[in-house]
Design a protein around this ligand. Structure first.
Ligand code: PEP
Ligand code: MN
Length: 296
């Protein structure tokens, strides 16, 4: 069974365009991700307080965001750093959703939390550190909620597509791929933003692809430039960290935009998003070598 699936994946994986002719448009509340509309997802790294999440939700909504992000269960590099508010954070997200109409995406870190997180959010985020946690992918897939799958920080595009394939194999077609930077020898940025990876994914897979300039950059000054590059590379949307007062944020403050910086970024992106709408995106490649390279 495994061997035949492996063979099938190598020959015609469902994640690649060849298997489906149509692009997947992931339904989320009142919009689609992967359709004509460019979707901005914005919000803090972590949900901290009611005031923080409500102010951010209202602000990003006015600025054109369609979805609110915010971690309630946080995978932190240090076990001594803030780990998230858990259920209280989920409840605050649901409250912000009700007040603003924004859809909500939040990370789920454990199979045993999937039902709970799915109850309070529209989209389940699988973080970079869990991209290859197949037990978690299975549980998340079975919830039926769309999955925002972040690329592992040391994952090749082939690894990334294998993980997406796992979700499809469990009967859930709604996968959103997210490039959030990978580890390279370069240390000037938190990660190296693989814009070429976005362009290539758009050529080979029917799934929507979004860019996370915040975790790639690691410094807020670089975030608008990476956002622009992501749009130019063909991304279907953006997930960006925004905080009312980044210097006091409980996590990832250094890479979070304040409200004015978010507004400036959105204004700056307008012509790029307009240009994207006029151009055919992600022309399909039939180059066998490219396809073989991305199926590993
Ligand atoms: C996050 O989105 O806050 C996050 C932890 O991202 P990543 O999994 O990409 O590190
Ligand atoms: Mn973060």
């Amino acid at each position: 069974m495994r061997e035949s699936r492996r063979q099938q994946f190598a020959e015609s994986p469902d994640v690649l365009l060849g298997a489906f002719d149509q692009r997947t448009r992931v339904p989320v509340r009142d919009f689609f991700l992967g359709g004509d509309e460019f979707i901005t997802i914005a919000g803090p790294c972590s949900v901290e307080t009611e005031g923080q999440i409500m102010a951010t939700a209202h602000h990003v909504r006015r600025g054109g965001a369609r979805m609110l992000r915010g971690g309630a269960f946080k995978p932190r590099s240090s076990p001594y750093a803030f780990q998230g508010l858990g259920l209280a954070g989920l409840k605050l997200l649901a409250h912000a959703r009700e007040a603003t109409g924004l859809a909500v995406v939040t990370e789920v870190m454990s199979e045993t939390d999937v039902a709970l997180v799915a109850e309070y959010s529209d989209v389940l985020q699988i973080g970079s550190r869990n991209m290859e946690n197949y037990a978690l992918l299975e549980a998340a897939a079975r919830s039926g909620r769309p999955i925002l799958l972040k690329r592992g920080m040391v994952a090749t595009l082939a690894d990334f597509l294998h993980s997406a394939q796992v979700v499809l194999d469990y009967g859930n077609p709604w996968v959103i791929l997210c490039e959030r930077g990978i580890r390279t020898f370069e240390t000037a940025m938190r990660n190296t933003f693989d814009a070429a990876g976005i362009a290539l994914l758009k050529q080979v897979t029917h799934l929507p692809v979004i860019a996370d300039p915040s975790h790639a950059a690691g410094h807020r000054a670089l975030v608008p430039a990476l956002a622009r590059i992501g749009v130019a590379a063909g991304a279907d949307g953006l997930i960006v960290e925004v905080h009312p007062d980044p210097d006091t944020a409980w996590s990832d403050g250094e890479q979070s935009l304040d409200f004015a910086e978010f507004d400036a970024m959105m204004a700056d992106l307008e012509p790029w998003i307009a240009a994207r709408a006029r151009e055919p995106r992600g022309l399909r490649t039939t180059d066998k070598q490219v396809l073989e390279a991305v199926t590993g």
